[in-house]
Design a binder for this molecule. Sequence first.
Ligand code: PMP
Length: 319
Amino acid sequence: MTQTATPPDTDEAARREQSWVFFDGEFRRYRDARIGLLTQGLNYGTGCFEGLRAYWSEERRQLYGLWFPEHYQRLHRNTRTLQMRVPHSVPELCDITHELLRRNECRETTYIRPLSFKSAEAIGFRLHDIPDSFAIITAPMGDYVPTGGMRCMVSSWRRIDDSMAPPRTKCTGIYINSALAKSEALQAGFDEAVMLTAAGNVCEGTGENIFVIRGGVVSTPARSDNILEGITRQGIIHLFREELGLDVEERSIGRSELYAADEVFMCGTGAQVAPVTEIDRRTVGDGEPGPLTLRIQGLYQRIVTGGDPKYAEWLRPIW
Ligand code: PMP
């Protein structure tokens, strides 16, 4: 057989097999949590996921879970839209995640993946009257995208419209839209894609929300422009208002505003705060991460690693 794929990192794979996951009400080893090939969620994209982070602080020897309740509230809302049911309350989900991180002895920055999916093994799809499975998996995670200045392209793929499938739900199947744009960008030599709405307004990255700054005015696409309503986005809006005394306009943003911007950055659980220094081969501002972006990035990093007691309520210490 010809081997074409990159060989897996065997240490990482072995560690994953051994790790604890939470699956259908029980803590199990990853290797023992298996699903069948006909599972509807796998075949039809009828799933709904979340992505959380817990940040390790070497200085404080502590792991801080970030915005756990907010993520699980969003999961509850989204699964309701998709006619799925997560059989645990928000506080229970926070406690289960806490225990999982402890069982896995996480002492490094970790990504947490809750996943709800239609678990019937049968041909055919629908949302109603189908059993759901629910899992939480953890994995070590560093930078998901470059955080020192990304080169982006505007994707030829438009962001899915709410009239086609609900973009705010983190529905697994909808991520084909992001995957198409991400591959297009990476294969063309860029770091990330900017997706526009069907109407041509700036929407977001493939897994990040976007902020545009011009003349000291901070803007981010409105919720009605088919964005995923990011929890990081909400936190960043708060930091602009409370820490930098700057209001944030939530509005429709035209494509050429990207080229005219002084600063652009993306944000998300994976991306954290990631400056964009080039879009469609035009430098953003002077081509370096901008001053407001760097201040927000610095504030964010300090807060999520437990360095600012004022924001202690955003965090859940695990150890
Ligand atoms: N947009 C998309 C499409 C995403 O997948 C994500 C990651 N969940 C985001 C934006 C950022 O959302 P959050 O800050 O909640 O991680």
